[in-house]
Design a protein around this ligand. Sequence first.
Ligand code: PEP
Ligand code: MN
Length: 335
Amino acid sequence: MLIVMRRDAGEEQVETVISALEAKGYQARPIPGGDRVSIAVLFNKEPVDPAWAQELPGVKETIPVTRPFKLVSRETKPEDTVVTVGGTRIGDRGMAIIAGPCAIEDEDRAMRIAEQVSAAGAHLFRGGAFKPRTSPYSFQGLGEGGLKILEKVRETFGMPVVTEVMDLECFDMVEAYADIVQIGTRNMQNFSLLRRAGQSGRPVLLKRGMSATVEEWLMAAEYIMAEGNPDVILCERGVRTFVRHSRNTLDFSAVPVVQRESHLPIIVDPSHAAGYRDQVMPLARAAAAVSAHGVMVEVHNEPEKAQSDGVQSLYPHQFETLCRQMRAIYDIVQH
Ligand code: PEP
Ligand code: MN
């Protein structure tokens, strides 16, 4: 249930409502809104009696939250969540563009790619220091060395950095360097990792599990929010289907569905969805057309020499064209 407080309700009344809920064994989570506070009731085993809640001081109305995800739901928070990182607002009007190589391979290369994607219009830089690879013999990333290179990218180009955390063991280290902590498709239901991300002060980019329904994905986001972290960005990156012409199938309908069901920002990753360079630009343009709040694209200055995902990485000149095209398309659909 959501308890909406009156506009003139003071802090004392909010506190009284919270104490009354806690006395009943519920957890109460205040949600600051534009001009009034709402209080989400969590962990209640049976429905909260609306007549009882209505009588608490300062209460305007009570709204049943019908969805299984509570804090993530638009029923709980009708306004869009905007996650601010550096000077970029993700979830607001305008498309946030995240670009960079699949993995951080060495400093020179990372700096060169960062310079090129920054000049083309990327707002944030991406690159894995810890890589989840199908084969244990493939390049696994540079670890902390890669994070240090990301730090240098941020200092040199003023671009916030996004990088993946693969396990609990490395969480403290990754969050010390990252502006946004990414949880990859393979970890979407790693519940202890989600809980730890919920205790982080960093925004979390939560990729959709490759075989997850939208509801399972939103429930994974709920794990993060339930621990107190409000800054979750969802990333549609394609799901497994029977097709062989692409690595995954990009589920574009997830974008309007998530935007209807949730207030959280949603971006699209056309690179891991496609798996092949020639499909990446059309899919990214389509992401702009469905009004995703952003995209994350893999770019490499010498894709044929990349240690991972070179086949799907755009050349910098392609990325430059793509940025112009996406902005133009996004502009049309917003008007
Ligand atoms: C990535 O973005 O580097 C990545 C590994 O993506 P995914 O988890 O979607 O496969
Ligand atoms: Mn990759």
